[in-house]
Design a protein around this ligand. Structure first.
Ligand SMILES: C[S@@+](CC[C@H](N)C(=O)[O-])C[C@H]1O[C@@H](n2cnc3c(N)ncnc32)[C@H](O)[C@@H]1O
Length: 216
């Protein structure tokens, strides 16, 4: 155990959320329509979006790769943190999600700054050139996170920013009998991240825990 007492509680999460930039009208409408379309409400929180936007701005990122588009919420949020000629390339397996995201990107303020690629993350990532992006955000099937990480390191190279969602395993990180198959995969991935000597990373205790790391 550390010398530092733990101070993060649900109350802190709520306090942080109340003091972080929230969704604008467009993003609220996107979420409402996604819900109506039966798309699961598993997008990142506005507080996590802010953290990622700040990191992207500090990195001076122009090219971002995302695995797991869903309704396009995080892709649009990240694109907003990029310069006018920036691009988020986001990969989605489920055609219904990809269609929805494309339609909403097309009517967003970041039209032209988000490209949706369809297919399995592992297959699509392989087609992207080395050193062609500044940052990657992993937010799809947890079992493949280690594969995505290897690709992220190749695609971003030194100085690249790696972010990965759900480090707290849907709130079940310490559950004795988890009811989500991805929990074990998240635990394994967290250990993989912690063991990597070439990535200076930390789990930011925001949302469901977000890994942020710099490739050294
Ligand atoms: C948690 S959601 C992504 C949320 C999104 N990043 C956001 O915050 O707005 C995960 C998405 O990954 C997609 N997915 C699952 N397995 C995948 C795979 N092997 N390759 C690509 N996408 C996948 C799912 O269809 C789903 O849309």
């Amino acid at each position: 155990m550390t010398d530092n007492p733990c101070r993060v509680t649900q109350r802190h999460y709520d306090y942080v959320a109340q003091r972080t930039r929230g969704d604008d009208e467009f993003l609220r409408a996107l979420k409402a329509e996604a819900e109506k379309a039966g798309i699961p409400k598993i997008w990142i929180s506005p507080a996590q979006a802010s953290l990622m936007q700040i990191l992207l701005k500090l990195r001076g990122a122009k090219r971002v790769i995302e695995v797991g588009t869903l309704a396009g919420y995080s892709a649009i949020q990240m694109a907003r943190a990029l310069p006018a000629d920036g691009l988020v390339t986001t990969i989605e397996l489920e055609p219904r999600h990809a269609d929805f995201a494309e339609a909403w990107v097309a009517k967003s303020d970041v039209k032209g700054k988000v490209k949706v690629l369809r297919g399995k993350g592992a297959d699509v990532l392989k087609t992207l050139p080395a050193n062609s992006a500044d940052a990657c955000f992993l937010d799809a099937d947890k079992e493949n996170y280690p594969v995505y990480l290897e690709q992220a390191v190749r695609i971003c190279g030194k100085g690249g920013l790696v972010m990965a969602d759900n480090a707290f395993a849907f709130g079940q990180l310490f559950a004795e009998v988890p009811d989500e198959s991805g929990v074990h995969a998240v635990r394994r991935f967290n250990d993989v991240m912690a063991a990597r000597k070439d990535i200076h990373g930390v789990i930011a205790p925001i949302g469901d825990g977000c890994w942020v790391g710099v490739i050294e």
